[in-house]
Design a protein around this ligand. Structure first.
Ligand code: LLP
Length: 420
């Protein structure tokens, strides 16, 4: 459930008509609902309430906006980071260093040092050499870094190939068969406290069966390591729960997911860690856009909107579906292609789609854009970097400014050797 709904003929975010945001901030603009973020955070937490020890680290990559992180920090969430840039955001938003988990297959040596220095709570080690480097850096600083070994369980998550991560040929984790020997070698190093294992098999998952298989495999590994004498007190189960991009296609609810987790993990006796991203932020945001033209096409008209693939990359990258809705629907429908202004055929949000009838000048939204939306935006075609707004009841605030081409140009330099 989210807090975007039509009231008096106008789509509102909580108590704010989106027309008011378009007037004040312009378009395109991402709009987040604080109440929706909080609701999703609570639903996820409640779904895990039967479990004993739980740590939830929001996958910051899905929405790193400081205000969003602040809302989630206040809900008691930590952060799952994949760069020290994200670490800085998490800390700036009020997350505690000890609640931060550092994932990612290519953490640089500089980033590892920075994160050890900041005292982050857990490193998810992706390869043996990385563990050795962490141990050396930590020992040199007189510290002990807490870590888990990310394993690749070789399970097909059944999602889009570009967001699958748990197949043996993917770049993530160490092969589960080699995990015991690698774990043992890392556990022997000074500066490193190896405390468990981690996995993440993919994103936008609709079928719990592969997740359950992967969890069972990793649980068996954790028990094997414990039996071998290692102190195993945590298993990081990653993120990946899907969201309904299309209203009639429902993924498993967090509650059903929570029941599965409780069943699979009941004898593990560890702290369970979770890294949800999309399920928290996805439906807490929309991309508000204005129709520039409705251009006749050969088969269907093209609705040309002022948002483009640089603002919302998911349709171009993954053929992803985002519902398109008029802000002030007139009750009529049309079949159209929806495209942005960028000079690429791939800058198309939908083809041959039945949508609310719109005309030039109308406002519309792409739904379910709160995760992997603004964070993946670019300035391609020298377009401004899309701004973000957060709504809280009847109030709203710009939480990321529109970065104008002038500011981007100011960060570039024509070198002396090119000056006349
Ligand atoms: N943990 C790890 C280690 C991850 O790699 C990811 C996402 C997550 C947690 C969060 O997964 P979530 O709960 O959000 O599914 N840009 C793509 C999604 C990439 C996901 C990458 N990893 C998209 O727009 O669909």
């Amino acid at each position: 459930m989210d807090h975007f709904a039509i009231r008096d003929g106008v789509l509102h975010a909580e108590d704010v008509p989106l027309t008011a945001i378009a007037d004040a901030v312009g378009t395109p603009v991402y709009v987040y609902s604080r109440a929706t973020l909080e609701r999703h955070a609570r639903v996820f937490r409640d779904a895990l309430s039967d479990l004993q020890n739980v740590h939830i680290a929001f996958a910051i990559k899905s929405n790193p906006n400081l205000a969003v992180l602040r809302v989630l920090a206040r809900e008691g969430f930590g952060g799952d980071i994949v760069s020290t840039g994200e670490m800085k955001r998490a800390l700036a938003a009020g997350m505690k260093a000890r609640d931060i988990v550092f994932s990612g297959v290519g953490k640089t040596r500089g980033e590892l040092r920075e994160a050890i220095d900041a005292g982050i709570g857990q490193f998810n080690i992706e390869l043996e050499e990385e563990g050795v480097a962490i141990a050396q850096f930590a020992a040199k600083m007189g510290k002990t870094a807490t870590a888990v070994l990310r394993v690749n369980p070789d399970v097909d998550a059944g999602t889009h190939a570009k967001i699958s991560t748990g197949l043996k040929d993917n770049k993530f984790g160490v092969p589960i068969g080699r995990a015991p020997e690698i774990f043992a070698r890392l556990a022997a190093l000074d500066g490193l406290a190896m405390r468990g294992v981690a996995l993440h098999i993919g994103s936008q998952i609709f079928d719990l069966a592969p997740i359950e298989r992967a969890y069972a495999k990793v649980g068996a590994l954790a028990m094997e390591l414990r039996a071998a004498g290692f102190e195993i007190d945590r298993v990081d189960l990653g993120g990946g729960l899907g969201v309904p991009y299309e209203r009639d296609k429902a993924p498993p609810t967090p509650a059903v997911y929570g029941e599965m987790v409780a069943r699979v993990t009941k004898d593990w006796d560890v702290t369970l860690m979770f890294e949800p991203g999309r399920v928290i932020a996805g439906n807490a945001g929309v991309l508000l856009t204005r129709v520039i033209w409705v251009k006749p096409g050969v088969h269907r008209p093209y609705v040309i909107v002022d948002a483009a693939m640089n603002d919302l990359a998911r349709p171009a990258m993954y053929d992803a579906w985002h519902d398109f809705e008029a802000v002030e629907p007139v009750g009529k429908r049309m079949v159209a292609n929806i495209a942005g202004p960028v000079c690429e055929s791939g800058d198309t949000f939908a083809m041959n789609r039945e949508i609310d009838a719109v005309k030039a000048g109308d406002l519309a939204v792409f739904r379910t854009a709160g995760a992997y939306g603004a964070t993946m935006a670019s300035t391609y075609n020298s377009r401004a970097l899309v701004p973000e707004v957060m709504v809280d009841g009847a109030a709203f605030a710009v939480v990321a400014e529109r970065v104008m081409p002038e500011a981007l140009i100011a960060a570039e330099h024509v070198p002396d050797f090119l000056k006349d």
